[in-house]
Ligand binder design. Structure first.
Ligand SMILES: Cc1ncc(C[n+]2csc(CCOP(=O)(O)OP(=O)(O)O)c2C)c(N)n1
Ligand code: SF4
Ligand SMILES: [Mg+2]
Length: 351
């Protein structure tokens, strides 16, 4: 239960990271989600990624909307800043927080209903503005919290638990994120932590709008035959275009790969993405080709996963607005109040 804190006791020899913290230091309260819910696996992947990156928990701000998915920030990073906003409104709250304090690491957690239905406009503007964040959608194709109605990401022709057929075309948030200018776009599966953890690590280190759509089966309402968001369907139709290894600057690149199958992408902070190409024709630097490829594979019933697009030096909202390096919330009266002389000269320049 959310109100029951986890006992602080742990094995004295738990692995510690560069900050001397162990895995438990990145956990949150006990989850109240259904046993087997994909969202809990994503929380586990976030905990693992933040532990491996040695992130100081107090430097992270986690924000969400409303839904089972949006409840999950309570279950990880218990020592971080958290804000559970209104349904579909997480992106504007996150944008405001990021503008006020550019020094925190922003993690937006949302659901397919939260982002593709009521919050679609908010999602779109946050992505196109290039807010520096990792935006995760835990995508189960239904409104889990309100008992399993189809959401806007449910595939046309897919079946609800009681047999109704969805007649609407789906919204593909990955396709939208690509079209709207996100500079890091990936899709993964809650049942594949080997793929998901490095993607989360790389996306957190990425400067700019990073988006990961994680297919995350709802075991209560959308895990039956006829669903395209079930564990069985995704396992059978997963087409992984590449496999990612992610190294922060201080880590040595140790993995050996056959030449020609691997590409290294260096990000602005010196961290390196090593991409092992599984679909040699797939180019994660070509935004338009990526959109075409995704649509073609979707039409064939495949779920394309991996790092789908990356532009390491795209920049972020603060770069576009040319804001000062000091977080706005740390500016004092002296910086915020121009002298009379400066004000006169500024006004004169506009006459
Ligand atoms: C303004 C408003 N409208 C409707 C609701 C009811 N509501 C709560 S959660 C939800 C859908 C959540 O779906 P999703 O974001 O996919 O999360 P999931 O539970 O599937 O993880 C809805 C419609 C609400 N809380 N607020
Ligand atoms: S209703 Fe579905 S999404 Fe919500 S906790 Fe249960 S399995 Fe997860
Ligand atoms: Mg949902």
């Amino acid at each position: 239960m959310t109100y029951i804190a986890k006992p602080r006791l742990h094995h004295p020899q738990l692995l510690t990271n560069a900050l001397g913290l162990n895995h438990r230091d990145y956990e949150g309260a006990v989850s109240t989600l259904c046993a087997g819910c994909g969202h809990d696996s994503i929380s586990g992947a976030i905990i693992q990624a933040c532990f491996e990156l040695s992130l100081p928990p107090h430097r992270v701000a986690k924000l969400s909307g409303i839904g089972c998915s949006s409840k999950t920030p309570t279950y990880f990073l218990g020592a971080s800043h958290g804000f559970n906003s209104v349904h579909g409104r997480m992106p504007s709250v996150l944008t405001g927080a990021n503008l006020a304090n550019r020094d925190l690491i922003y993690l937006g957690v949302s659901g397919d209903g939260d982002s593709a239905s009521i919050g679609l406009g908010q999602f779109a503007h946050c992505i196109r503005r290039g807010v520096d964040m990792l935006y995760i959608v835990e995508n189960n194709g239904v409104y889990g919290l309100t008992k399993g109605q189809f959401s806007a990401t449910a595939d046309k022709g897919s079946k609800a638990k009681r047999g109704q057929v969805n007649t609407d075309d789906p919204i593909d948030l990955v396709g939208l994120a690509l079209q709207l200018g996100a500079s890091f776009v990936a899709r993964s599966f809650s049942g594949d932590k080997t793929q998901l953890v490095p993607l989360i690590r790389a996306a957190i280190q990425h400067k700019g709008a990073a988006f990961i759509d994680v297919v995350s089966p709802c075991v209560a309402f959308n895990n039956h035959a006829g669903s395209t968001k079930s564990f069985d369907y995704v396992r059978a139709h997963n087409e992984t275009v590449n496999q990612l290894d992610f190294m922060i600057e201080r880590e040595a690149i140790t993995t050996d790969y056959a030449p020609g199958t691997v590409e290294t992408v260096v990000q602005h902070d010196g961290s390196a993405l090593r991409l092992r190409k599984l679909a040699p024709e797939y180019d994660p630097h070509d935004r338009i080709a990526a959109m075409t490829y995704l649509q073609q594979r979707h039409a064939a019933g495949e779920v394309v996963t991996g790092l789908l697009f990356v532009e390491a030096d795209h920049g972020d909202l603060h770069a576009f607005l040319d804001t000062v390096d000091t977080p706005l919330n740390a500016l004092g009266e002296a910086e915020l109040s121009p002298s009379l002389d400066l004000l006169d000269r500024y006004n004169a320049a506009h006459r």
